[in-house]
Design a protein around this ligand. Structure first.
Ligand code: ADP
Ligand code: UDP
Length: 237
């Protein structure tokens, strides 16, 4: 098993550590929560455990059942996992099945409107610039990814959406939208990295449309911990 060495990075929701194996790192999930580019700060008790366990579980399923290569290697405890170390493609890849959040605001489409087909957005990952939305031409021109990388990312992303939409439907949850990140391994392979969790997805109860994700924190809807715990219960029983 990989052994944790020095801390490489502390982000808003996770810490990343080097290990004695240069190809691997360990991610450690925190309970810290932020929203609106870090302007709103708080803590969601138990969130780190939910996000770690859910993300590991979903990545393993995506790898085994949908053939998507991921960074997941091994869960070492409730809050920590060993992952393949990648060079992150600096894009937030966002898929939407139902209008919500910034999409509704930007385009004046009422939240909850079922989109005629899934949509794909890329945002350049830079907090100082507020993660601006970019298109393929921007990405290729600036060298954030190549055409070939983007084709692979797009193919994986829609396959991930189909797999996850169907999986969550089975546990009574509508997958409204989500953000994923990809990375490149030293041998140049694109793989799914970062996390898939209630921090990075919008989950609505299929029947009641109750929000079961980070929007409860962003919008001060109350029962934030309850929503994360409910998602944990739906996934793990
Ligand atoms: P942020 O950087 O937005 O505050 P986090 O707190 O989630 O986000 O920090 C985790 C960081 O680790 C992110 O910048 C993410 O891109 C990066 N990361 C995720 N998976 C890997 C990986 N397998 N290898 C290297 N870096 C990763
Ligand atoms: N998202 C994320 N990190 C970000 C921005 C968005 O995980 O920095 C996720 C968010 O949880 C939602 C989806 O991406 O599931 C779309 O978010 P949106 O663009 O609507 O932005 P928001 O309303 O969250 O500002």
């Amino acid at each position: 098993m990989a052994v944790k060495t020095e801390q490489l990075y502390e982000g808003k929701a996770k810490k990343v550590f080097a290990t004695d194996d240069p190809a691997l790192c360990i991610v450690s999930y925190k309970d810290d929560a932020t929203a609106f580019d870090g302007l709103k700060k708080g803590s969601i008790s138990g969130k780190g455990v939910v996000n770690n366990r859910m993300s590991n579980y979903l990545m393993k399923k995506l790898e085994e059942e949908a053939g998507i290569p991921t960074h997941f290697v091994e869960e070492i405890n409730d809050r920590e996992a060993v992952v393949k170390k990648v060079s992150i493609v600096p894009l937030e890849v966002i898929v939407r099945n139902i209008a919500a959040g910034s999409f509704s605001k930007r385009f004046g489409v009422e939240e909850g409107t079922v989109l005629l087909c899934p949509t794909l957005e890329f945002c350049y990952k830079d907090d100082n610039l507020h993660d601006p939305m970019v298109n393929d031409y921007h990405i290729i021109a600036c060298g954030w990814a190549t055409r070939e990388d983007l084709d692979i990312i797009t193919d994986y992303t829609f396959r991930i959406n189909e797999y996850l939409k169907n999986y969550f439907k089975g546990i009574g949850v509508d997958l409204v939208d989500f953000k994923i990140e990809f990375g490149k391994t030293p041998d140049g392979k694109i793989i799914l990295a970062d996390e898939i969790s209630p921090d990075t997805c919008r989950f609505w109860d299929s029947k009641t449309h109750e929000k079961l994700d980070k929007d409860r924190f962003r919008r001060d809807l109350g029962n934030v911990e309850g929503a994360y715990a409910e998602m944990m219960k739906r996934v793990f029983g």
